[in-house]
Design a protein around this ligand. Structure first.
Ligand SMILES: [Fe+2]
Ligand SMILES: [Fe+2]
Length: 218
């Protein structure tokens, strides 16, 4: 399977309007954002677990990164409510499930082989730091080998400096409405901008909360 695998292309998707597709596991559906490969793919997806769904025990060959968007995700190590950020490094294993149902933003098989850090971070109780301009707050989630992942909170009517993404940029809009000179991106939007792309993002009266990863499309 080959979905949005040309990383030189700018891709914008609104997951509120994207079809849900069944998976090999009963009760698990997904929206494919990018995907290179079959069931063992390098993939970025939004994944939905129906209540009382048990996923197959599995090993993360290329690592697994998850942000819990809604509901509560669980595995044998704990329960992860909305706002939890998880990293399962290459070689780790688990048997996930959801009792009440959940929705997840998932990136599979995108770890550097040198990245062995497991992480369980509750972003609802982690610290925000001032961003580069007034109105921006940043919560770093992870950094490895030039690839940075963070949540960024935009107060209403915040304008950021025009900037270039030498290693590309990926954004998932978690709340509010994000803007740049190319478009308007409500909650649920996914924007993948290629290396050396540039833009001047801003918010209007809604403000925004976004997940941002940079440096991984180099
Ligand atoms: Fe997993
Ligand atoms: Fe940017």
């Amino acid at each position: 399977m080959d979905i949005n695998t040309d990383f030189k292309q700018r891709i914008v998707l609104n997951t509120d309007q994207l079809a849900w597709q069944s998976s090999p596991v009963q009760g698990v559906e997904r929206q494919m954002l990018d995907r290179d490969g079959g069931e063992l793919a390098r993939a970025t997806s939004v994944v939905r677990y129906a209540p009382n769904t048990q996923f197959t025990p599995h090993t993360h060959d290329g690592g697994e990164e998850i942000l819990v968007l809604d509901g509560c995700f669980s595995d044998e190590r704990g329960n992860y409510p909305a706002g939890t950020y998880l990293r399962n490094p290459p070689g780790s294993q688990h048997a996930p499930y959801s009792t009440d149902g959940c929705t997840l933003f998932v990136k599979l098989r995108q770890f550097a082989q040198t990245d062995s850090q497991a992480l369980r971070l509750n972003t609802k109780a982690s610290d925000w730091y001032p961003g580069l301009v007034p109105g921006l707050s940043v919560m770093p989630l992870h950094e490895h080998d030039g690839i940075s992942t963070a949540l960024v909170r935009w107060a209403p009517n915040t304008a950021f400096n025009p900037h270039v993404h030498p290693g590309g940029e990926e954004i998932y809009v978690l709340d509010g409405v994000f803007h740049d000179e190319f478009g308007v991106y409500p909650k649920g939007s996914w924007i993948r901008s290629p290396r050396y792309s540039k833009h001047a993002p801003f918010t209007k009266e809604e403000g925004a909360l976004i997940y941002v990863k940079v440096g991984h499309l180099a």
